[in-house]
Design a protein. Structure first.
Length: 159
């Protein structure tokens, strides 16, 4: 009985590791070509016994600095449920693709529910002008008026 009881939980395979794979595609590609790149990545994962849980296209965004003479890039994120060998193959194929200028794959404990932070970012209201918030030049102080907590500036000092 002891041997049978300990073998109960051993039938399950361990869960596949979870990854987020983000790649940047050249700015001169059309949206259809970017979608085709995402489909190709999905096919690589599925051919290697993995699963793409979610695909997000973040659109054409300006880069902080030039990468391979590109000022902008199409951003795509894939949530992947796959083994390390599958990810190695995906990265190998991504490295060879000249349309992808940068990529990063990270292992995560769990996939984010709902849209990612980059997708929610566009839902925020636009920031107001500096004059709406105060700050420098906002006119929040009257420069010539006397202040109640100090003596006037040209008051004579009594000794």
């Amino acid at each position: 009985m002891h041997g049978a009881a300990s073998a109960i939980g051993q039938n399950k395979e361990p869960p596949m590791p979870l990854y987020e794979h983000v790649f940047l595609a050249r700015q001169d590609l059309s949206q259809a070509q970017v979608d085709a790149l995402a489909e190709a990545a999905t096919k690589i994962v599925e051919d290697n016994k993995g699963k793409v849980v979610k695909t997000e296209t973040w659109g054409l965004r300006t880069l902080t600095y030039k990468i391979q003479k590109n000022r902008k890039a199409h951003f795509v994120m894939l949530d992947i449920d796959a083994s390390g060998d599958t990810i190695a193959e995906l990265e190998r194929q991504t490295r060879m693709n000249e349309d992808v200028i940068r990529y990063m794959t990270i292992r995560v404990d769990e996939h984010e529910k709902g849209p990612s932070v980059m997708m929610r970012k566009s839902d925020r209201p636009e920031r107001g002008e500096r004059s709406d918030r105060g700050g420098f030049g906002g006119g929040d102080r009257d420069r010539g008026a006397p202040r109640g907590d100090r003596a006037p500036r040209n008051a004579e000092v009594e000794a």
